[in-house]
Design a protein around this ligand. Structure first.
Ligand SMILES: NC(=O)c1ccc[n+]([C@@H]2O[C@H](COP(=O)([O-])OP(=O)(O)OC[C@H]3O[C@@H](n4cnc5c(N)ncnc54)[C@H](O)[C@@H]3O)[C@@H](O)[C@H]2O)c1
Length: 329
């Protein structure tokens, strides 16, 4: 019989792609979301239970209604770095207390396997690139700190209650589904690729690159962009790792390849066939010069590897944005 997986935040960007991949691989899925950022239409074929992780009764009710849940993938969180610096309490409450409420409900229902959406923002500016999981933790935002603190909460539940969990430290989630059915509908767009798509669609008057005087070959920042479908498969691989008795440990989920902002502009020009103007704005405070993942551990222990590169990311994002200029609404 196929196993049942609970996906918190399954109506959001990464969650909805993971729900589809779980179903494609034959798992039963239950989604839990408060739709504060997610979209009901992003989940087409799985039951969606509306509720808030900050309400313990809501999440306990999910396990009561589905006593056969075998594992949890936990996406539900707030994700904006800038907002987190203005409203730290909002992020500490949702990202840490929400995780505590989920774990307590899981343990009460005797569910012990948890795959957690963490982030490379837990490392801050790394000492070494590519970044391994042994890099020290120096988050530079409340958002990054809230994710690292949630990991620490999980470490203590592992030590005291036998929770088994894998924080997946994603690098830059990007791209949309290959069939164009779902995609990155997060608003307001703050990531470079969706901002560029909105500019091409005439939804933004100007497009800026933040700084071109960084010590990199073309002067622009370098990041590790990973396709959302590669992220999706990594979660299922991590859950299977836990089900076969794997110990709790973090995994970097990136491609291992860094792309500069200029490389993104050039790839967007190539894929869309459009030539466009852009401007160079000031550096953004706190932007790391260059970061990409060492994903050796994930490849070795999760039996996972990324399939896609920058071209597919831009192709799928362009398909999604140009056919859904206002997202799901
Ligand atoms: N997008 C990225 O580049 C990136 C990078 C690293 C890590 N992450 C992590 O991945 C996860 C998913 O990110 P995303 O980009 O899909 O964001 P998203 O906002 O699209 O998805 C989050 C979902 O969680 C739901 N949610 C939030 N708080 C909730 C609560 N209290 N109760 C119930 N539902 C709640 C939202 O409605 C939304 O559907 C987050 O945990 C984020 O920290 C994202």
């Amino acid at each position: 019989m196929s196993k049942k997986v609970l996906v918190t935040g399954g109506c959001g960007y990464i969650g909805s792609h993971t729900v589809r991949e779980l179903q494609r691989q034959g798992y039963e899925v239950v989604v839990f979301d408060n739709l504060i950022k997610g979209h009901r239409a992003a989940v087409q074929a799985a039951p969606v239970i509306l509720g808030d992780l900050l309400n313990p009764a809501d999440i306990a009710g999910v396990f009561a209604a589905h006593p056969d849940i075998a594992g949890v993938i936990h996406f539900a969180a707030y994700i904006e770095v800038g907002e987190s610096m203005e409203q730290p309490g909002k992020y500490f409450r949702n990202n840490i207390q929400g995780s505590v409420n989920l774990i307590e409900a899981m343990l009460a229902a005797d569910v012990r396997h948890l795959v957690f959406s963490s982030t490379c923002a837990a490392y801050g500016t790394p000492e070494n690139v590519p970044v391994t999981e042994n890099e020290s933790y120096k988050p530079e935002s409340v958002y990054g700190a809230s994710k690292r603190m949630a990991e620490q909460v999980m470490e203590w539940y592992d030590a005291t209650k036998g929770l088994r969990f894998t924080p997946l430290r994603y690098f830059n989630a990007s791209g949309s589904s290959f069939d164009g059915a779902i995609g990155d509908a997060y608003k307001p767009a703050s990531r470079i690729i969706p901002r560029l798509m909105e500019y091409l669609l005439g939804q933004r008057p100007r497009f800026f690159i933040n700084g071109d005087d960084y010590p990199t070959p073309d002067g622009t920042c370098i990041r590790d962009y990973i396709h959302v479908d590669d992220l999706a498969t990594s979660h299922i691989a991590a859950l299977n790792y836990l089900w076969r008795g794997g110990q709790s440990m973090p995994f970097n989920i990136g491609t291992g390849v860094g792309s500069s902002n200029m490389e993104i502009i050039n790839m967007v020009r190539e894929v869309t066939g459009r030539d466009f103007e852009y401007e160079i704005g000031p550096r953004r405070p706190g932007d790391v010069t260059r970061i990409w993942a060492d994903n050796t551990r994930a490849r070795a222990l999760l039996d996972w590897e990324p399939q896609y590169g920058l071209r597919q990311i831009i192709e799928t994002d362009w398909q999604w944005h140009s056919t859904h200029p206002t997202g799901f609404v």
